[in-house]
Design a protein around this ligand. Structure first.
Ligand SMILES: [Zn+2]
Ligand SMILES: [Zn+2]
Length: 178
């Protein structure tokens, strides 16, 4: 649960959950563990709760209206009822944790993701919570690039859009209108 201006693992976990397609307990536990969370074993019921939570995280990504995005994040924080505290574990410099280590996995996922998204919105720029601009692609991401202008989820999507734009320009050149 290490936060930085880009929301640290909380924001990254949010994006991973929104993009997730497999919400069976085991793969889901692995996905959560890959984001620096401990004790991630889930029951089927808990996995269902995380899936429902992921659906609530989704609209925050790609929301260009700041007021609307803030409202969404506040809605998440209200549900998560997180208890932030500063930790210096493992010799790290002081950093925020958003969830109680004793809480169950669903509560910890809610707290960590809501806290991470709030960090991005407050300390960076909510536009860094992006959604791929290629039509038909719904993949979300946390833009940690230096200039914060990432538009696509992957090089594949960027290339497909660029190739299409290039072709459109070439066609326009060959058949001038008027
Ligand atoms: Zn930590
Ligand atoms: Zn994409």
């Amino acid at each position: 649960m290490h936060f930085n201006a880009y929301g640290g693992n909380g924001a990254a976990l949010s994006a991973a959950l929104v993009n997730a397609t497999d919400f069976r307990p085991r793969p889901l536990a692995r996905l959560i563990a890959a984001h620096e969370m401990l004790r991630t074993d889930l029951t089927a019921e808990q996995a269902g709760q995380v899936r429902a939570w992921a659906a609530q995280l989704a609209p925050v990504f790609g929301e260009r209206d700041t007021a609307k995005q803030v409202e969404l994040v506040n809605g998440l924080l209200e549900i998560s009822a997180s208890r932030p505290y500063v930790s210096t574990h493992d010799g790290l410099r002081p950093h925020l944790h958003f969830c109680s280590p004793e809480a169950d996995i669903v509560a910890r996922v809610r707290d960590t993701t809501a806290g991470g998204l709030a960090m991005v919105v407050c300390f960076s720029d909510g536009r860094r919570l992006g959604r791929c601009e290629r039509e038909g692609c719904e993949v979300v991401f946390v833009d940690t690039s230096r200039n914060g202008r990432r538009r696509f989820c992957s090089l594949t999507c960027a290339n497909r859009v660029n190739v299409a734009a290039h072709r459109a320009r070439a066609v326009a050149r060959r058949s001038p209108i008027g």
